[in-house]
Ligand binder design. Sequence first.
Ligand SMILES: Cc1ncc(COP(=O)(O)O)c(C=O)c1O
Length: 386
Amino acid sequence: MSALFPTYARWNVKPEKGIGSKIIDVDGNEYLDFISGIAVCNLGHCHPKVTDALEKQIHTLWHVSNLFEIEGQERVAQLLVDHSVGDYVFFCNSGAEANEAAIKLARKSTGKHHIVSLQNSFHGRTTGSMAATGQDKIHNGFGPLLTEFTYIEMNNQSALEEAVTNNTAAIMVEVIQGEGGIRLMSDDYAKALQAICERYNCLLIIDEVQTGIGRTGTAFAYEQFGLSPDIITLAKGLGNGFPVGALIGKETLKDSFSPGSHGSTFGGNPLAMAVAETVLSEIFKPELLDSVQNKGEFLTKELKNKLGSFEIVEEIRGKGLMVGVACQIEVAPIIEACREKGLLVLPAGPKVVRILPPLIVTKSEINKAVEILTDVLASIKPSVSV
Ligand SMILES: Cc1ncc(COP(=O)(O)O)c(C=O)c1O
């Protein structure tokens, strides 16, 4: 009997070891890992440079309070502002915490409370980030929720016009909804979003927890939507598996996070910073980001070629190495069958297969994954499809 709270319905695989794009379980079975810890291990498992950086730091200094100057924080913050539209960084330990900080910063800096977010969004499980999440199933049983959140349909400009008022502190979005089904924001909607933030003097918060750190082929996904967010939130890929989160904000917000206003004991500790510095130095290399775009196009093209004609496949969509195969049926059995054939993929909502290989994946690994997925989908009888 397990002593764990059953918050996760766990799969019947016990991973023991990870190398690059592969996971090996306790029985010696090898899996192609196209989940990457849900967009976390972007440089693959046990990347040698990241492992070395952590090992070195382990023998130097693990932790000091944020009352001290931590040099690694300065370097990682500089890397983040050099590659984004932001000017200042706050470090925390997870995506939910980064979004929690964003909600607090938006309310404090604008003096307003109303926050607009999107239906089907996912921003985390803490009280604030859960309230920002536009999904009833995440809220159920945990009310009363933090107030003054409005959830609107993505890509519906009239709903946006209706929801935003002079009392709106911020609009919080993912440009590609990850948990919500790999749903992309349209370019027109992105333009309208930026314009309405300027018109009502409210902040644009972009949650890049899943899309950020090279996942879509640029440092941050918002770049591909022509947006200039006031606040960017990060976690997942920033630590390649070491827990770390961050909020990047524009210059105008600096005074609202004055000494004593917000904090975190572990946020940005030397271990996390040693890892994050190495991760960013690798991922922000233009050749790496170009290779993500190239391999992403290859993956999408192969999926469309091989799966496009299957009756149950509705759409193949995404950017870079964040791709969804939207189906007419629930995908849980597809995901299980892939796993049995040695390919790890995961659902994004009930009907989308989510594919998130590490950014260092090879084209031959992509070919193998597409082959497994094709075999699995071919074995599903069309009669089951509607
Ligand atoms: C877009 C997005 N925001 C926030 C979170 C929450 O991050 P964490 O689980 O690190 O709190 C997630 C996690 O899946 C996410 O995908």
